[in-house]
Design a protein around this ligand. Structure first.
Ligand SMILES: NC(=O)c1ccc[n+]([C@@H]2O[C@H](COP(=O)([O-])OP(=O)(O)OC[C@H]3O[C@@H](n4cnc5c(N)ncnc54)[C@H](O)[C@@H]3O)[C@@H](O)[C@H]2O)c1
Length: 270
């Protein structure tokens, strides 16, 4: 079996994953062909030694890829997928990272095909991603093993049993970095409000989130226990948490946000 991969879209997500795969030497540059209309983004992948073309029409007639990675916007799927119909109903597996787009939508264009949905996140760019995976029954064990090998170079991988769980993963870990970056923004603004310059405020916020995330990963204690260890009775943390936890405010707000993201993923799939 060949390991040839066509990567459709080398934007934020497509490029982040490609860098991980090449960096971990799971793939050699000559095994990947990238389809990307933006010239600057083609140049970027060509610097890694990958071939890059601007449209599917420029792909060779004799190409028989093992995997086509779809890293394009969900709103573009219906326009772009017909260009890949010729690879459908063959040995090619379609791997989509698009939010919302269902396997049924993809097979609507390609015909019955092996399809894997992966929901990565942007920390995949530095190998610290969280990735959810769902594969249809047409995906062979051999291809799934190979794809898992690729995906672990981007971070932690969980397989889910039902396709709709990918929408829920999208709302937690797919979009999650956006929530965390917003919390960094908020903490930075708060640091400025209590008197720090921008640079120091940003450092205080980023290192606090980074250190806390590392401790949560490394410690055997739960986040609840770790929170209690920070919180002296009648102390400073207690004063702040009284604001954030009043009426479960933070949990309710985050749950509303996650539900909105999950609902949007469902909507994008329609
Ligand atoms: N960015 C994230 O955090 C994230 C996380 C998980 C999943 N995703 C999913 O990844 C997908 C891509 O998102 P992104 O953030 O990388 O967007 P992006 O805009 O950075 O990348 C999309 C790329 O597709 C290219 N493109 C447009 N038309 C094309 C065509 N006809 N053929 C090939 N390429 C074409 C664009 O030039 C662009 O570089 C989306 O479906 C999104 O839901 C994104």
């Amino acid at each position: 079996m060949s390991n040839e991969i066509i990567l459709v879209g080398a934007g934020h997500m497509g490029y982040a994953m490609l860098e991980g795969w090449l960096g971990a030497e799971i793939l050699k540059p000559e095994q990947v062909v990238v389809v990307e209309p933006a010239e600057a983004l083609r140049d970027r992948v060509e610097e890694h030694g990958c071939a890059a073309v601007s449209s599917a029409a420029d792909l060779g007639d004799d190409l028989k890829p093992q995997i086509i990675v779809l890293a394009i916007k969900p709103q573009m799927m219906n326009d772009i997928l017909p260009d890949y119909k010729r690879f459908g109903a063959a040995e090619t597996t379609f791997l989509s990272v698009a939010a919302g787009t269902s396997i049924a939508t993809i097979e609507g264009h390609t015909g019955p095909s092996p399809v894997i949905r992966v929901m990565p996140n942007t920390p995949s760019a530095i190998g610290e991603g969280m990735l959810g995976v769902f594969a249809n029954e047409r995906v062979s064990d051999e291809t799934m093993q190979f794809v898992d090998q690729l995906l672990v170079t981007s971070g932690d991988v969980v397989h889910v049993e039902r396709e709709e769980q990918i929408d829920a993963i999208t709302a937690i870990s797919g979009s999650g970095p956006g929530y965390v970056f917003h919390f960094i923004e908020a903490l930075t603004e708060a640091a400025k409000a209590v008197g720090f310059e921008e640079d120091t405020a940003l450092l205080l916020a980023k290192q606090t989130i980074y250190g806390s995330a590392c401790l949560a990963m490394e410690s055997e204690n739960s986040p609840t226990e770790l929170r209690k260890q920070v919180t002296s009775p009648n102390g400073t943390t207690a004063a702040a948490l009284a604001v954030l936890m009043e009426g479960d405010a933070m949990t309710k707000l985050v749950t509303r946000a996650v539900t909105a993201a999950r609902d949007r993923a469902v909507e994008l799939g329609k």
